[in-house]
Design a protein. Structure first.
Length: 140
């Protein structure tokens, strides 16, 4: 707390894709060298200053997976504060179409899994409520 009130935490804005194909979703595992190593997540990344969310997601999916995505509706927005004090605001978008051959460029592993199977993977803490909702059939 400062003399003028609580300090405002910087919130990192992140965009992520729920890439769906044949009733399965693409999930990605971080490498041992990334923060929160070996955790599973949905592909995406940080929005750059001045960048639109959808444009950021298209850029991230091209960089990480080599695809040109057609981004659909926003499925969920989650704000999460980690114990370390850092905070993220995650925007998840549905992607049902993309051009190009999917290529793992940065992850340890990528897999197509059914929504009910998602709970069997060790996801990032910020993704857990979304994972539970997806597995329960609430969002897609």
């Amino acid at each position: 707390m400062s003399a003028t009130g609580p300090e405002k935490k910087e919130v990192r804005e992140v965009v992520a894709a729920l890439i769906r194909r044949d009733r399965k979703l693409l999930i990605c595992q971080r490498t041992r060298h990334q923060p929160m190593p070996l955790k599973w997540e949905f592909p995406g990344g940080k929005r750059e200053p001045g960048e639109e969310r959808v444009a950021a997601l298209v850029r991230e999916l091209d960089e990480e997976l080599g695809i040109q995505a057609t981004v659909g509706r926003e499925v969920a927005c989650i704000r999460h504060e980690y114990r370390s004090g850092s905070a993220v605001e995650l925007h998840f978008y549905l992607v049902e179409r993309y051009a190009g051959e999917l290529e793992n460029r940065i992850f340890r592993d990528v897999r197509w899994v059914g929504t009910k199977e998602l709970v069997n993977f060790d996801f990032l803490e910020a993704d857990l409520s979304l994972v539970r909702d997806l597995a329960a059939g609430k969002l897609l």
